[in-house]
Design a protein around this ligand. Structure first.
Ligand SMILES: [Zn+2]
Length: 133
């Protein structure tokens, strides 16, 4: 995919710092239950931790019990890019920011009881949160 924002690994690394770089640019995963946004319950907007594009609204966040912030829907279908991920011996669907290609997490079809049935399982460190005014 041809992303709007293109930067070299060195540029990303110096801009994001080592922890964010590892998750956003090297598809790392933060430890469950540790993310800053896991228990965020205020109204507001979640944006990409690398390029600040709007990705999720607080109204679609739900408590999935999985240890990572979970959403049942992105703000617009084209805001995220979905890719097949065959790492770790299983087939999962990776979720990336469609604007800059940064790794956000995975989406699973087990958002039980939500309007879409999807669970966007996101790393806190991949997102920024802006509370509504
Ligand atoms: Zn982005």
């Amino acid at each position: 995919m041809d992303y709007t924002i293109k930067k070299s690994n060195d540029e990303w690394r110096s801009e994001l710092g080592p922890e964010k770089f590892k998750v956003l640019r090297e598809a790392g995963t933060e430890r469950p239950g540790t993310g800053e946004l896991l228990d965020e319950e205020r109204s507001g907007t979640y944006t990409c931790g690398a390029c600040n594009t709007e990705l999720f609204k607080s109204g679609t966040k739900f408590d999935s019990g999985c240890g990572w912030p979970s959403f049942y829907e992105s703000v617009r279908p084209e805001a995220v890019e979905l890719l097949e991920d065959r790492s770790l011996g299983s087939v999962r669907t990776e979720v990336r920011c469609a604007n800059c290609g940064s790794h956000l997490g995975h989406v699973f079809p087990d958002g039980f009881g939500t309007p879409t049935g999807d669970r966007y399982c996101m790393n806190s460190i991949s997102l920024n949160f802006t509370p509504a005014e």
